[in-house]
Design a protein around this ligand. Structure first.
Ligand code: ATP
Length: 254
């Protein structure tokens, strides 16, 4: 579904160049929920932004749904990007637009006609359980409701892939469980592949089917629910794999 091949990204700083992502190759299976975990500064968010080319890789290729995004001219890239939804830790809603308008923005950008836009907006708001909030403004909603609006907006153009950057880090535990339920449902009911960057091991335990561990810009370990059972939190330290599955892993963080 998604293939990264030898992808690298450096940032130019005053005192030289900083390699945030180094030579990452990664295969994300269709209809999986793929978690990317690792310590702060490991390059997780940068890697996620490289998938939809919000950041351009310095090297390597990004292929989504059989199309090599890194080879596309800008216009075609914009069209392909519409098939990739994204949500963020702080929701990134437009404050002076209603819930309904927020959700309709990507449809407007995609050139969808008004009638179809209204229909689709109502559909996705219904899907996330916010049909009754359509005419409210983001400031009138709770954190969990705002993230639901952001999810509805990300789903508006019927994406095949949903990228989630710390989607529950600003939410309390109850609301986190709620939002994870919505993401699980998107994956199960709509078959959308999900890539989720998180530093919360519980998020990985509760919804991910595959896990990549990042450290210093590279992927240092990967494992799946198929090969290991994910355990409830035991509170012990050790590698990320150890904390999630109880089995020794290849990273030695924590
Ligand atoms: N636009 C930028 N310009 C300069 N440096 C950047 C930029 N974006 C990220 N970095 C640096 O790249 C490194 C990786 O950042 P990134 O946000 O990808 O890490 P992360 O694993 O997501 O961390 P966190 O969990 O703290 O969000 C960090 O050292 C960060 O300071």
């Amino acid at each position: 579904m998604l293939t990264l091949s030898g992808v690298s990204k450096s940032f130019e700083l005053k005192n030289g160049s900083y390699p945030a992502v180094r030579q990452v190759s990664l295969e994300v299976k269709a209809a999986s929920i793929h978690g990317i975990i690792g310590p702060s500064g490991a390059g997780k968010s940068t890697l996620l932004r490289l998938i939809n080319l919000l950041e351009r890789p310095d090297m390597g290729t990004v292929t989504v749904g059989g199309k090599e995004l890194t080879a596309l001219p800008e216009r075609q890239l914009r069209r392909e990007r519409q098939k990739i939804g994204m949500i963020f830790q702080h929701f990134n809603l437009v404050g002076n637009a209603t819930v309904s308008r927020n959700v309709a923005i990507p449809l407007e950008l995609a050139g969808v006609k008004r009638g179809e836009r209204l229909k689709r907006t109502a559909e996705v708001l219904e899907f996330v359980g916010l049909a009754d909030k359509a005419q409210q403004y983001p400031a009138q909603l709770s954190g969990g409701q705002r993230q639901r609006v952001a999810i509805a907006r990300a789903l508006a153009n019927s994406p095949q892939l949903l990228l989630c950057d710390e989607p529950t880090s600003a939410l309390d535990p109850g609301t986190t469980a709620d939002i994870l339920g919505v993401l699980k449902n998107i994956n199960a009911a709509l078959g959308v592949t999900i890539v989720i960057v998180t530093h919360e091991l519980d998020v990985v335990r509760s919804i991910c089917t595959e896990v990549s561990v990042m450290k210093d810009g590279g992927i240092v370990d990967s494992f799946s629910r198929g090969e290991h059972e994910f355990l409830p939190p035991a509170g012990h330290s050790g590698s990320y794999r150890q904390q999630i599955t109880g089995k020794a892993g290849e990273d030695h963080v924590g």
